[in-house]
Design a protein around this ligand. Structure first.
Ligand SMILES: Cc1cc2nc3c(=O)[nH]c(=O)nc-3n(C[C@H](O)[C@H](O)[C@H](O)COP(=O)(O)O)c2cc1C
Length: 303
C-alpha cells in the first residue's frame, strides 16, 4: 500500500517527518534518520548568529514526556548553512530547513541564505518557548509580519510552526500566516512548563522553565491540529501534526484531526526504529479497514 504524500508538490515517501531540533543538525544524523524510514527530516532551527544555548541541565524526563530548555544553541550562520548544504546532498529525500530569528529582519536574512542551500521546504520556528522575549506565534499580526518578511526570499514551500501555548488564538494565528503566504502549517512546538525537584526545592532545568513534549502534549496538539484544520482546510493548506506521536495509532489520530503528515520528536530518543513501527501499524490499520491515507485526513470532522 502506498503511504506516499505530497505537501505543496513536495513528495514524501511516507507521512512521518523528523521534528526539528530533537537530534541536532549533523548531516550524518539526518541521513541516518532518513535511512531508518522517516519520510522527511527537519534540521535543528538555524539562527542568525552564534548562540551558546542554556547551561546544563537542559533536559528532564517526567512520567509522560520531556521538558527541554536547550535555548537554541547555534554555530555561526555560515557554518549552519554549510551543514544544511551537505545534508541536502547526503540525504536521499526531503530535508526541511528550520530557521528562527529574533526579529522579522533576522528571519529574512536567515531565510534568504537557507533557501539558496536548496532544502525541499523552509520551516519558520516562530514558536520556541525557550528564548528570551515573546513567542511571536502567540500574536497574529507579529506572526504575519515574519511570514511577509521572508515570503519573497524563499523559493521553496514555506512551513510555519505554531505554538500550543494559547489554544484559543491558534485559529487566528493560522489564518494570519496563511493570508501572509504560508503554504503549510506545522503544529505544534513545545508547551511552556516546569518540573521542580522536591528534594532540592528548585526547578530542575537551569533555565527553570522549559518546553514540554512527548505523550502529555499529544491531546493538546490534536486539538490544535483539529482547530487549524477547521480554519484552513478550505484554503487547501496542509498541516504537519506534531506532538507526542510514538505509534501508528497516534499518527492516525493526528491525521484524523486534519494532519497530512506527522512529526515525530521525543519518541525518536527511544530509538530510530520508531518510524518503521509507526508505518507498519498505520498500514495494518488502513488495510484492515480498506482505507487510503487520504481518506483518513480530517476524518474526525465528519458528523
Ligand atoms: C530537545 C528538543 C529540541 C528541540 N529543538 C527544536 C528546534 O530547534 N526547533 C523547533 O522548531 N522545535 C524544536 N523542538 C520541538 C520539536 O520539534 C517538537 O515540535 C516538539 O518536541 C513536540 O513533538 P514531540 O512530542 O514528538 O517531541 C525541540 C524539541 C526537543 C525535545
Amino acid at each position: 500500500m502506498s503511504l506516499e504524500v505530497r505537501l505543496c508538490g513536495v513528495r514524501l515517501r511516507n507521512p512521518t517527518v523528523l521534528a526539528a531540533g530533537v537530534l541536532g543538525t549533523s548531516p550524518h544524523i539526518l541521513k541516518r534518520v532518513y535511512d531508518a524510514g522517516a519520510g522527511a527530516v527537519t534540521t535543528k532551527s538555524i539562527g542568525p548568529r552564534e548562540r551558546e544555548g542554556h547551561p546544563n541541565p537542559v533536559v528532564v524526563e517526567f512520567e509522560c514526556g520531556l521538558l527541554n530548555a536547550v535555548g537554541l544553541p547555534s554555530p555561526p550562520l555560515e557554518e549552519s548553512v554549510e551543514n544544511l548544504r551537505r545534508a541536502v546532498k547526503l540525504v536521499k529525500g526531503s530535508v526541511i530547513a528550520s530557521i528562527y530569528g529574533e526579529t522579522a529582519a533576522d528571519f529574512r536574512h536567515v531565510a534568504s541564505l537557507v533557501s539558496e542551500a536548496e532544502p525541499a521546504m523552509v520551516e519558520l520556528n516562530i514558536s520556541c518557548p525557550n528564548v528570551e522575549g515573546r513567542i511571536p506565534a502567540l500574536n497574529p499580526a507579529e506572526s504575519a509580519k515574519i511570514v511577509g518578511a521572508v515570503r519573497d526570499v524563499v523559493k521553496q514551500p514555506l512551513i510555519v510552526k505554531l505554538s500550543p501555548t494559547d489554544t484559543f488564538t491558534i485559529k487566528e494565528v493560522a489564518r494570519a500566516v496563511v493570508d501572509a503566504g504560508a503554504d503549510v502549517i506545522a503544529a505544534v512546538n513545545t508547551m511552556p512548563a516546569m518540573v521542580i525537584d522536591v528534594d532540592f526545592g528548585r526547578p530542575v532545568l537551569s533555565n527553570r522553565r522549559g518546553g514540554m513534549s512527548g505523550a502529555a502534549l499529544r491531546p493538546i496538539a490534536v486539538r490544535c491540529v483539529y482547530d487549524i484544520y477547521e480554519e484552513v482546510a478550505d484554503a487547501n493548506v496542509p498541516i504537519i501534526g506534531i506532538g507526542g506521536v510514538s505509534s501508528g495509532r497516534d499518527a492516525l489520530e493526528m491525521m484524523m484531526a486534519g494532519a497530512s503528515a506527522v512529526g515525530v520528536g521525543t519518541a525518536v530518543l527511544k530509538g530510530l526504529d520508531v518510524f518503521k513501527r509507526i508505518l507498519a501499524e498505520m498500514e495494518e490499520f488502513l488495510e484492515k479497514r480498506c482505507l487510503s491515507l487520504a481518506e483518513v485526513v480530517g476524518m474526525a470532522h465528519g458528523r
